[in-house]
Design a protein around this ligand. Structure first.
Ligand code: 6R9
Length: 649
């Protein structure tokens, strides 16, 4: 924690969309009269049928119902493309930077994007995809990922992007849960000089899905794949024959735009559903104000489109604003640790948005990699995904920003659609490690975790909730509205519960302290501990498993698994390797445990509940204060776990 404050420079503030006065004024207006505030900002979208109602949202138990602009109609793709064509048809919409720096980058203009999306939409229509149908997208970071998303939006299909790092099982799960009619994939995904066989992953996934599911394949590397006639379709070939005109379908404001699966505290990931109008308005507005995006700027968000950050800040937010957005296929360290900065130099990037885990990894490689690149076009730096430690913040500020670029530490979630708490670069003095103040329309509250009472003092700590709706809020869990209510609105009645712990300092600044549920944050990606546990126990040698997070220098949190083997099974190095591989194939490489400890027994209460608090302490190598262990059925298991702990400092 740091109390050093960095104020925006007067020159920056002067040319920024929002300075300190404007922030105060607009924030007050957005809270006092949200209907007027959002009605005005919604005029920035192109409506087919203007709305008359702004907000209709209830957080009441038993009646969680969230609607914005509900009688309006628009089309999201038309807002991201068509309305820009008259004024900036020849402007670059997407700069695609391939994995291999020797391969030329692509500059795709709005006119070209328009043509590709229309053709892609016609290919989807020719496969019988209709309004409301689900389409799973399992693609590398290639332009076709954006074309596919926007093509769905154009015809009113609901996309569900699955991160290309997920395994066939995880993919099958999402295809089945969403009831998708089509999965769009590529032959291979090159990353960091290696290739992942996406098509063969998809083949494996489809063995567990209805045989009606069609597979659209983007031939990207030209690598060999098996081909099932009648099921597999060559997208690029079909696009060539398809018409370049496909009318944008008028959609209701509340029609779902996409489903994105995210980890929760139970084994089964939740399908977070986002709306069309409210989501787009919120993604666009936050993109413009939080990054102080101006006409002609080049914006780069390094996330993958498989995560919400890629949805809101590679595709929808920037394109809604007619921006030039960079899409990067590779990784920060390939061919070497200067790649990010070389891409910034090459494409004259003005706003750069990445994750603390990437900053920490690059910090470890030394500042020479940054200093040899020309970063003079950078204006704003952003971070997202996890709390940023002050060392990483300072390095980002000093080495990348040369001490003169504002840093926006943006706190938000898959569920929120866009930034909820963040500095505005021309308005908010920053403190390293704090996401500072709420965005317009956001009313954060800190509740006492036990009593649920609102902490009204300025200085407070507890669980973070949001008091009233905002346009980008998720609308439901796909197919399970009850779970939506139970997860977000039942622990603290009348509020949206974020799952995060939080502290508010004397200046009213917010500091996120991490998840308070059984979710861990590995390299900025959310992982449910229960998900990893169910993968482990699915192995025939495993009797029981408990998974917790522990502090990890680069990843923020690492995955620590306590594993009890079946009777008669001998723990061994081979079994450890085997279990690591097992989790990689069950979920994906991001879920691979960093440490596996063999546990003869797990600390349980007499009612059989695993005491995770104790497991967390041991994993943190901080077992001096284990607290009360008297309720354990067998307190002696704790000694063994301490004795054989894996994370010794
Ligand atoms: C956008 C995204 C959400 C969780 C969230 C919180 C953590 C995200 C943060 C942050 C501190 C930040 N988180 N941004 N914590 N400071 N700036 O990351 O969505 O993958 O759903 O994760 O990530 O714990 O609850 P998602």
């Amino acid at each position: 924690m740091s109390d050093t404050t960095y104020a925006p420079s007067p020159e920056f503030a002067k040319s920024a969309h929002i300075d300190a006065d404007a922030y105060d004024r607009m924030y007050a207006a957005s809270i006092e009269d949200p209907d007027t505030f959002w009605k005005e900002h919604a005029q920035n979208l192109d409506w087919i049928q203007p709305f008359t109602k702004v907000r209709n949202a209830s957080f009441k138990p038993g009646n969680i119902d969230i609607r914005w602009f509900e009688d309006g109609q628009l089309n999201v793709a038309a807002n991201c493309i068509d309305r820009h064509l008259a004024t900036r048809g020849e402007q670059t919409a997407i700069i695609w930077e391939p994995d291999d720096p020797e391969t030329p980058a692509l500059h795709i203009t709005y006119n070209q994007l328009n043509e590709k999306v229309n053709r892609f939409a016609n290919v989807l229509l020719s496969q019988g995809i209709m309004r409301g149908d689900r389409v799973v997208i399992y693609l590398p970071m290639i332009p076709e990922a954006a074309y596919a998303m926007l093509a769905c939006a154009r015809i009113g299909a609901v996309h569900s992007v699955v991160f290309a790092g997920f395994s066939p099982d995880a993919l099958a799960n999402r295809i089945n849960n969403s009831g998708a009619k089509v999965v769009i994939t590529a032959d291979e995904a090159p990353r960091g000089g290696r290739k992942t066989a996406l098509k063969s992953n998809t083949d494996a996934a489809l063995l567990h899905c209805s045989d009606k599911v069609r597979c659209l394949v983007v031939k990207h590397t030209g690598g060999q794949t098996t081909w099932i006639e009648g099921r597999d379709i060559d997208v690029k070939a079909q696009m060539e024959h398809a018409s370049p005109d496909c009318p944008a379908r008028p959609m209701n404001a509340e029609d779902p735009l996409f489903i994105l699966y995210t980890s929760g505290s139970t084994g089964q990931p939740k399908g977070v559903v986002h709306s069309s109008a409210g989501y787009l308005l919120y993604a666009g507005l936050t993109h413009k104000y939080v990054f102080d995006y101006h006409e002609g700027d080049v914006f780069w968000c390094t996330a993958d489109v498989g995560w919400v950050t890629g949805h809101s800040y590679i595709v929808y937010g920037p394109l809604a604003n007619g921006a030039t957005t960079v899409m990067f296929e590779g990784v920060p360290t390939y061919p070497d640790a200067s790649r990010f900065w070389q891409v910034c130099e090459k494409h004259k990037v003005n706003q750069f948005y990445t994750a603390p885990t990437a900053i920490r990894a690059l910090m470890g490689q030394g500042k020479e990699f940054v200093e040899k690149c020309d970063l003079s076009d950078l204006k704003v730096l952003g971070t997202v995904g996890e709390p940023i430690n002050p060392e990483a913040w300072n390095w980002y500020n000093d080495v990348v920003g040369k001490g003169t670029r504002p840093i926006v530490d943006t706190w938000w979630q898959t569920e929120t659609g866009g930034h909820l708490m963040t500095p505005l670069p021309g308005a908010t003095p920053t403190k390293p490690g704090s996401c500072t103040r709420p965005f317009f329309g956001i009313e954060p509250v800190i509740l006492d975790p036990q009593t649920g009472e609102e902490q009204t003092e300025t200085e407070a700590s507890g669980v973070l909730c949001i008091k009233s709706s905002w346009p980008g809020q998720m609308r439901t869990v796909f197919g399970d509205h009850e779970r939506f209510e139970k997860t977000y609105f039942s622990d603290y009645k009348g509020y949206y519960f974020t799952g995060d712990g939080c502290r508010r300092d004397k200046d009213g600044y917010y500091w996120i302290t991490g998840r308070v549920d059984d979710v861990i944050n590995v390299s900025g990606h959310r992982m449910g501990t229960a998900e990893v546990e169910s993968a482990l126990v699915a192995h025939s040698d495993v009797a029981e498993a408990a998974v917790v997070g522990y502090p990890h220098e680069i990843k923020g949190q690492g995955i620590y698994a306590y594993v009890t083997v079946m009777n008669g099974v001998e723990p061994s190095e081979e079994l450890r390797k085997e279990l690591e591989k097992w989790v990689r194939t069950e979920i994906g490489p991001i879920a691979k445990p960093d440490l596996i400890q063999w546990a003869p027994g797990l600390p349980k209460t007499r009612s059989g509940k695993i005491m995770r608090r104790i497991l967390r302490k041991i994993a943190e190598d901080d077992f001096g204060a284990l607290g009360d262990t008297s309720t354990l059925a067998d307190p002696s298991v704790v000694d063994d776990l301490i004795e054989n702990r894996m994370n010794r400092k």
